[in-house]
Write a protein that binds this ligand. Structure first.
Ligand code: GDP
Length: 177
């Protein structure tokens, strides 16, 4: 049945300024205007061909939307994802600590179901300002049982790989492996 796998909702989480909107914009690069108007602000849709198969992702970047700033909508964000991308900046240790807290919150809202979670260390281009090592990011992902990737939205490095990874994780889950 193709209908239930028609699309997956991917929710971006993370502190202000870590690069969520930049990553979402790169994802949505080739999106047409009519579709963007239908979806509304901060929501992006694109069909990716990964390993020869098409999958549509709807990327939701509403964690900090002004009209949704209350705790209820944060709660909603934590519930509606088919997958979650938790972003921190490698140049901001506070945002790394927030990422851990978000992972714990997600564990609460998704106790039984194993939703894919990808931990993303963005701003990998800021090597001289690095406050979180690659090893720490990787170790955190192991502890929290999620995938890990470092990206740079500024250099467009690993951004395609990030969203392809999300698709692969969603498929693994769908197939129950
Ligand atoms: P958000 O608040 O998480 O949505 O973050 P934004 O996408 O608005 O980015 C916040 C700031 O960080 C902006 O000035 C971006 O240009 C910058 N930024 C985002 N990604 C990167 C990156 O990979 N490297 C660098 N150097 N700056 C970035």
């Amino acid at each position: 049945d193709a209908s239930w796998e028609a699309f997956y909702r991917v929710v971006l989480l993370g502190d202000p300024g870590v690069g969520k909107t930049s990553l979402a914009s790169l994802f949505a690069e080739k999106q047409d205007r009519d579709l963007q108007e239908q979806l509304g602000e901060n929501v992006y849709e694109r069909t990716l061909t990964v390993d020869g198969e098409d999958t549509t992702l709807v990327v939701v970047d509403t964690w900090e939307a002004e009209n949704l700033g209350d705790s209820w909508s944060h709660e909603l964000c934590l519930q509606v994802g088919s997958a979650y991308v938790i972003v921190y900046s490698i140049a901001d240790r506070g945002s790394f600590e927030s990422a851990s807290e978000l992972r714990i919150q997600l564990r609460r809202t998704h106790q039984a179901d194993h939703v894919p979670i990808i931990l993303v260390g963005n701003k990998a281009d800021l090597a001289r300002c690095r406050e979180v090592s690659v090893e720490e990011g990787r170790a955190c992902a192991v502890v929290f049982d999620c995938k890990f990737i470092e990206t740079s939205a500024a250099l467009q490095h690993n951004v395609a790989e990030l969203f392809e990874g999300v698709v692969r994780q969603l498929r693994l889950r769908r197939r129950g492996s």
